[in-house]
Design a protein around this ligand. Structure first.
Ligand SMILES: Nc1ncnc2c1ncn2[C@@H]1O[C@H](COP(=O)(O)OP(=O)(O)OP(=O)(O)O)[C@@H](O)[C@H]1O
Ligand SMILES: [Mg+2]
Length: 190
């Protein structure tokens, strides 16, 4: 059982936002062969909004998570904005961390209809959620989940249209989700 305080959530998401801004060009590059080279631009736009709303005062972790969801939904744009926004909106219904992640996954699936193995950010969220549940999430395991998307054939989103050519490239959303969970590991180790 692990519950995150408002302070911990702010620190976690603020550091994710920092990384997204820093990795904007790299995420755009990843989205070039299998998408429309905007994943970094989309996420960095959302990240700037996150940094603004995280400066407010919060005393309720669920309200804070809902605010994060709204920032992602309204500012990221593209498929990923809706997917991340829905994930955080569903997460705001829960308090305990592994339950939050499971709710987030249900939101991702409900909204995007992806399955594990379709080469999306779900291929990172699913193993991460299972690892958090048994308290064994590590940076190496996150990296393994991100790397697992490389040989996959894309079956959802824009990358589906490039077909076989999607094989051999990392999924950009899996990489931005990898950053999210790397920062979670750092937060949990404090
Ligand atoms: N149906 C889906 N389910 C889960 N994740 C998805 C789905 N569609 C796309 N994604 C994730 O979103 C990422 C792409 O995000 P990006 O910000 O580039 O949006 P986009 O696909 O360009 O959106 P749009 O085509 O609407 O502009 C993918 O790498 C993938 O991880
Ligand atoms: Mg794109």
């Amino acid at each position: 059982m692990r519950e995150l305080s408002c302070e911990a959530i702010i620190s976690w998401i603020d550091s994710w936002a920092e990384v997204l801004i820093e990795k904007k060009d790299y995420l755009n590059e990843l989205d070039t062969p299998i998408g429309d080279d905007d994943h970094g631009t989309n996420m960095a736009r959302g990240a700037k909004e996150l940094k603004v709303i995280l400066k407010d005062d919060y005393s309720d972790s669920q309200q804070l998570t809902k605010k994060i969801a709204m920032a992602l939904l309204t500012k990221v744009g593209g498929a990923s904005g809706v997917i991340y926004g829905t994930a955080f909106l569903e997460m705001s219904q829960e308090i305990e961390l592994s339950r939050m992640l499971k709710a987030g996954i249900n939101g991702i699936i409900k909204r995007g209809k992806a399955e594990v193995g379709d080469k999306t950010l779900l291929d990172v969220w699913q193993p991460v959620s299972e690892l958090v549940e048994v308290d064994s999430l590590t940076l190496a395991k996150i990296d393994a989940a991100v790397q697992s998307t490389k040989p996959m054939l894309a079956k959802k989103g824009r990358s589906e249209f490039v077909g076989e050519a999607s094989i051999g490239h990392l999924d950009p959303g899996a990489v931005s989700s990898g950053y999210l969970f790397e920062q979670l590991v750092k937060e949990l180790s404090k």
